[in-house]
Design a binder for this molecule. Structure first.
Ligand code: CA
Length: 226
């Protein structure tokens, strides 16, 4: 797995490089947003580890450019401790997860591996979690082995939640995933689709949890014997 590490602090960059190399990753390391942007246009990576404060263009802008190109590389952001705004902003511009500095090596690697796994799952045609299975090529969905009838928007919403399983997604992300660029959809409409999905899924032990103030998360029911 190739990882691109973007960190301008030489000591930290060196530590990160050594942490990733030999843990299933091959690391490239750059110290500026411009170099990162250039390399990302040229080479495919399995993971991007991105510092926020960088010379030239910052980590947010690098992430924004990556997503604007349609590049789905998983992005793990390194944020300053207690910088809640940075974390929220990072997620809004396309980061998938973040680790606070100073970080614990094991936590960093665990999050990195989880992101890569999730991104590989996102490329598969059949996605499943607990009792829920969606065959996106055949457009068939099963909950507890029972086929579900899903209109297009409910399908897209559920597919998005499933591909981001056990991760909180907000309404803006849902709207972006469910609507074409010329469509319009309100936050209230998202709530309507979520409640329709809940009515279909909950009898089969699949739950969509509301995370107050942030969004929704698909999770297996606590009694799910998965
Ligand atoms: Ca920095």
């Amino acid at each position: 797995m190739r990882v691109l590490i973007v960190e301008d602090d030489p000591l930290l960059a060196d530590g990160l490089t050594r942490t990733f190399n030999g843990q299933g990753f091959v690391a490239d390391t750059v110290a500026s947003g411009y170099s990162a942007d250039e390399l990302l246009r040229r080479d495919p990576f399995d993971l991007l580890v991105l510092d926020v404060g960088l010379p030239g263009i910052d980590g947010f802008e690098v992430a924004r450019r990556v997503r604007r190109r349609g590049d789905a590389v998983p992005i793990l952001m390194l944020t300053a401790r207690d910088a809640v705004q940075d974390r929220v902003h990072g997620l809004n511009v396309g980061a998938d997860d973040y680790v606070q500095k100073p970080f614990d090596k094991d936590e960093l690697l665990a999050r990195a591996h989880a992101l890569v796994r999730r991104s590989r799952a996102a490329q598969r045609d059949v996605v499943s979690h607990g009792r829920l299975e969606m065959d996106c090529a055949a457009r068939r969905c099963f909950a507890g082995g029972v086929p579900l009838e899903l209109p297009p928007r409910e399908w897209l919403l559920l597919e998005y939640l499933l591909r981001n399983v056990e991760r909180v997604v907000n309404k803006e992300q849902i709207i972006a995933a469910v609507c074409r660029w010329d469509d319009d959809m309100s936050g209230n409409a998202v709530e309507v689709y979520v409640s329709r999905l809940r009515a279909k899924l909950e009898p089969h032990g699949v739950r969509i949890r509301t995370v107050r103030g942030f969004g929704y998360m698909l999770q297996a029911a606590a009694d799910d014997p998965r």
